[in-house]
Design a binder for this molecule. Structure first.
Ligand SMILES: [Fe+2]
Ligand SMILES: [Fe+2]
Length: 174
């Protein structure tokens, strides 16, 4: 049994996770259009992960007999000047998701909802990993100066990272 304020916050977080998926799907398409097939695969893998985050939360609500309230997903479409811009926007987005997860943790703590508090620990750890990974990619993009052979190699590398985690049906030819 979850109190209403907690299930409302989890429902809002489900929408944020689906928005994240949608945002990364848009970035994946734009990266592929720009010729960065490895990055496109990387963002497609992120799309899958974010969907899984939403599904974990939906499962949690259902396991507690709470209502799942799916809201409209905002249009993620935006223009990016280059891969560095795309990954910097990704980091800004993930930082806002982290803040929203931590807000949910605060709410679980203050309402003494131990089950939700424990459930959220996985997401707190996941956010740390995501921010670190994206931060590393930004550093590498800055190192290669956003062009030439270095960028080509980095694109290849991101493609092979994605290939290890992606569902075959969504994998492009990297
Ligand atoms: Fe997420
Ligand atoms: Fe994320």
């Amino acid at each position: 049994m979850l109190i209403d304020s907690i299930s409302k916050l989890i429902n809002q977080q489900i929408n944020r996770e689906f928005f994240s998926a949608y945002l990364y799907l848009d970035m994946s398409a734009k990266a592929e259009n720009a010729g960065f097939k490895g990055m496109a695969a990387w963002f497609m893998a992120k799309y899958q992960e974010e969907n899984q985050h939403a599904m974990k939360m939906i499962r949690y609500l259902l396991d507690h007999g709470a209502q799942v309230e799916l809201a409209s997903i905002e249009n993620p479409s935006s223009d990016y000047s280059d891969p560095l811009d795309m990954f910097e926007q990704t980091l800004i987005h993930e930082q806002s998701v982290t803040a929203s997860i931590l807000n949910l943790v605060d709410a679980a703590m203050s309402s003494k909802d131990h089950a939700t508090y424990i459930f959220l620990q996985w997401f707190v750890t996941e956010q740390t990993e995501e921010e670190a990974t994206v931060g590393d990619i930004i550093a590498q993009l800055k190192l290669v100066g956003g062009r030439g052979e270095g960028l080509f190699m980095l694109d290849k590398e991101l493609g092979s990272v994605a290939a290890t985690v992606m569902q075959p049906a969504l994998a492009g030819t990297v």
